[in-house]
Design a protein around this ligand. Sequence first.
Ligand code: HEC
Length: 139
Amino acid sequence: MKYLFKYLIIILLLNSCKTDKNTLNAIEHEVPKSPELSQESKIFLGNRLFSEKTCITCHAINAERKAPSVVEIMRVYKRNHADIVLFLKGHSKPIVDTTASQVAIMQANIDGFLKKITDVELNAIATYMMHVDELTKNQ
Ligand code: HEC
């Protein structure tokens, strides 16, 4: 009888360990491995990268210089429900200025330093570009 009692306790203990492990697993699934940046953080980071990665030297915010302005790019992308990240990754064709010489200039960027950029950074740049009008409105 004594042994049986001990045996029961051991089984109970083992079972409770199992439940703990299951609960832990459930918690791990709920917490994302790499938390998404907030919209504000993306815009902030994108703004910084737009200067650091020299995009700003060709793309002014609101004036057409060597290249289409960010506002113009954004207008075309919004109208076409297009994805800037896809373009920057080289997975979609240009839709803003399709003149071969202009496309070649931008293509040189994509082939060069943009290959070394992370998805999070690309996403931040695209988010910044798509929200640039909201930023200038508040200034
Ligand atoms: C040396 C000048 C130059 C630099 C630097 C540059 N671009 Fe461009 N970009 C262009 C030109 C010219 C075009 C117009 C051709 C075109 O639309 O593809 C363009 C077009 C674009 C477009 C629109 C593409 C389309 O669909 O037509 C996006 C988006 C863009 N650039 C993003 C960027 C980002 C982000 C950076 C920085 C990482 C950057 N550019 C750096 C010259 C530049």
